[in-house]
Write a protein that binds this ligand. Structure first.
Ligand code: GLV
Ligand code: MN
Ligand code: MN
Length: 427
């Protein structure tokens, strides 16, 4: 897939609106206030999807959105839509958003930045008394992280029709609680309704990688995102006594899993530069010091910029599993639980981000997102683009995740201009 595409810029917004700047201090303060909910001792945030802490974060967003004059709608998978009316409310909204659920060892910015940046755009337009032609909506997507519940990017996936509402509601966490039950428990199970049209979708996000910082760029013009395949893999050997059982007679599932982790790592190493392969979680049964492990369950996460490469990685995974199973005299079951192809973003909007950054005097460069984002599913519905800003040392999904206020402000200004350009500004 060619993710690099360009077309002439359509800057749309003219006059006083192009002079408009968001309030960086207010944006920063909102991020810091939201980060209090689920704050961890190391300065990060643990606010897993559909927990009591997620409810508190959602409630705070809804309160702020209402104070900013927005009407708020919740859909059946718990996505929140805060709408600022336009002059012509028959037009589909120009939407921006992201997520406020985090990883268990998450930071203050992943997802939260995109939501707070959207809110800041609304506050800024209110303060300047600017009416857009089309309405503007700020969305908070349910369970983007895919940490407590799989699939990842759940709320935007349902919104885009990538999988059904029923499928999403039926998924269970490690404790056996379903998405439907968790949504009801926090009071965010809204009404099922057909997906409304969206005229354009923008998402601001920290880069979560090191490229912008290394190149001294404030703005990443995102060409698209890597495709992903996630799997649940179960290795079944046999439990036996750690003492009397000779080495040659063992069917050790953890030993086999360890070999498989190395093979999986090589799958991406063999396919540079964009392929990624990760084993992020593992459960060992019975997890007892003097029992040879009989069963291991583990996750596999494969990513690539080209769908054919991702398919080839799938084949390599299955071959590696067959090899390790034969050598270890055990069975290995591979179940795919997530798939979405690489997703290029809309060339005209991407070009708008690039020219918007240039108009603001900000150094920018083209990047590809290694992370999944709600924008990936929104791109299946509407022209979509993303704005990246640097994060310290490229570190994310970590409590030490950090970003500079000036960079967050700059990204939000680019977002503002792009949204004004798409929504149109009344004379
Ligand atoms: C989402 O955070 C991802 O795993 O890319
Ligand atoms: Mn994110
Ligand atoms: Mn994330």
């Amino acid at each position: 897939m060619n993710m690099v595409a360009a077309s002439p810029a359509d800057t749309g917004a003219t006059g006083p609106a192009t002079q408009l700047r968001i309030n960086g201090a207010r944006l920063w303060q909102s991020l810091m206030d939201l980060a209090q909910i689920g704050a961890t001792p190391k300065g990060g945030v643990c606010r897993l999807a559909l927990t009591e802490l997620d409810r508190q974060g959602r409630d705070l967003f809804v309160q702020w959105a209402r104070e900013a004059g927005c009407t708020v709608r919740i859909d059946a998978i718990g996505n929140i839509f805060a709408r600022r009316a336009g002059r012509n409310n028959a037009l589909p909204p120009v939407m921006t958003g992201s997520h406020i659920d985090t990883q268990p060892t998450g930071g203050k910015f992943d997802g939260n930045y995109g939501v707070m940046a959207g809110l800041e755009v609304v506050r800024c337009l209110n303060e300047a008394g600017i009416e857009t032609e089309a309405p503007i909506e700020v969305s908070v997507w349910t369970n983007e992280e895919g940490s407590r519940f799989v699939p990842v990017m759940m709320g935007s996936g349902v919104f885009a029709g990538a999988f059904t509402l029923e499928h999403a509601l039926a998924q269970r966490d490690a404790q056996g609680i379903s998405v439907g039950e968790a949504l009801a428990a926090i009071g965010y199970a809204g009404q099922a309704s057909p997906t409304p049209p969206v005229s354009a979708y923008f998402e601001a996000h920290i880069e979560q990688g090191p490229v912008l910082e290394a190149n001294d760029c404030v703005i990443g013009v995102v060409q698209g995102a890597l495709g992903q395949r996630w799997y649940d893999v179960v290795l079944q050997g046999m439990e036996a006594h750690a003492g009397p059982t000779p080495m040659a007679l063992r069917r050790d599932a953890l030993l086999a899993a360890s070999e498989l982790v190395g093979e999986i790592n090589r799958i991406a190493l063999d396919r540079p530069p964009h392929a990624r392969s990760t084993v992020g979680s593992m459960e060992v049964f019975p997890n007892s010091r003097n029992v040879i492990p009989g069963r291991v369950s583990m996750s596999v996460d494969l990513r690539a910029a080209d769908d054919a490469v991702l398919m080839d990685m799938d084949a390599a995974l299955r071959q590696a599993c067959a090899r390790v199973a034969a050598a270890g005299k055990l069975t290995i079951e591979v179940r795919q639980v997530v798939y979405f192809p690489p997703q290029p973003f809309a060339p005209e909007l991407v070009e708008g981000i690039r020219s918007g950054a240039a108009a603001l005097g900000l150094a920018s460069m083209d990047v590809i997102s290694g992370a999944g984002h709600d924008a990936v599913y929104l791109a299946q519905l509407a022209p979509t683009a993303m704005v990246f800003v640097p994060c310290a040392d490229g570190i994310s999904h970590n409590e030490i995740e950090d970003a500079q206020p000036a960079h967050l402000e700059a990204g939000c200004n680019v977002l503002l201009q792009a949204m004004l350009s798409s929504a149109g500004v009344s004379a």
